[in-house]
Design a protein around this ligand. Structure first.
Ligand code: SF4
Length: 269
């Protein structure tokens, strides 16, 4: 299938190569229109999405999610980058795989994607070591979570899962997942020479963020309340700049400064 810039397409993503290959076989045997991106994803015309999904699901293939294909990706030679992408595998590694279980557009910016992946094992024991390796990470021992920002992307590591918000596209997400896998494995293999850091950075809650907001519920940010905005901001689904009163009114200047620093650390500025 050739991509026509005047038509709309969807990217369908699969949790692993096995499911991706099963899906491609199902689409081929149904004579479906699709473009293969890699073993982990296909592009289908938007009007054929339901039909393609039915063909895939009829073969009991697991789907992680789907989101609109953006021509921005096409212009940046998206397909070429996808074909060049290699899944790194080694049976000797501490963390062998991350299974992609959820992919969808970011609510605050539909050009970005958010996703959830599951580790093949619990990485709780490595989190304090990663906390020592990554500058500016926020570690929560009780909840077994570690949060850090990679440029605009917000990455949360849990005991058995990872969430990423604001990835550019599926290729960007795959690259980050590989980086995380390498980070976990390299940290594990060097743990004898790393001093684990159990320090928990000041944990920011939605209520604390709410405390720094104007609390006028003016809805200028598109949310019904300032608290809703705070929750969405914490999830990486809103932008601080969307709160116009905070950035424009002099009386909120101090709060704005605090929020800017906090949002930078969380990667949601
Ligand atoms: S724009 Fe700011 S002040 Fe207005 S409701 Fe949203 S968070 Fe509150």
């Amino acid at each position: 299938m050739e991509i026509d810039k005047n038509k709309h397409y969807e990217i369908i993503v699969f949790p692993n190569q096995e499911e991706g290959l099963k899906a491609q076989r199902a689409l081929l045997s149904n004579g479906a229109d699709f473009k293969h991106i890699s073993t982990l994803a296909v592009v289908v015309p938007k009007e054929n999405k339901e039909e393609a999904c039915r063909a895939i699901v009829d073969e009991d293939v697991l789907v992680s999610g789907h989101y609109p294909f953006l021509y921005r990706d096409y212009e940046e030679d998206f397909f070429k980058r996808a074909q060049e992408y290699k899944v790194l595998e080694s049976n000797e590694e501490f963390l062998k795989s991350i299974t992609l279980c959820y992919v969808a557009p970011c609510m605050a910016d539909e050009k970005k994607i958010r996703l959830i992946g599951y580790f093949n094992r619990d990485i709780t024991e490595i989190l304090p070591y990663i906390n020592a390796v990554i500058k500016g990470a926020s570690y929560n021992k009780g909840a077994s979570t570690l949060t850090y920002a990679k440029e605009r992307r917000l990455i949360n590591l849990y005991n058995i899962k990872i969430t990423i918000a604001k990835a550019d596209d599926i290729i960007d997400a795959w690259v980050i997942l590989d980086e995380v896998k390498n980070l976990v494995n390299n940290t594990y293999s060097s743990r004898d020479i790393i001093k684990p850091n159990y320090e928990e950075k000041v944990k920011v809650t939605a209520l604390q963020i709410y405390g720094w907001l104007p609390k006028t519920n003016c809805r200028a940010c598109g949310e019904a309340t300032c608290l809703a905005f705070a929750c969405r901001l914490l999830q990486g689904e809103q932008k601080l700049s969307k709160c116009a009163p905070l950035s424009t009114e002099l009386k909120f200047a101090e709060n704005n400064k605090i929020m800017q620093e906090m949002a930078e650390a969380l990667g949601v500025a």
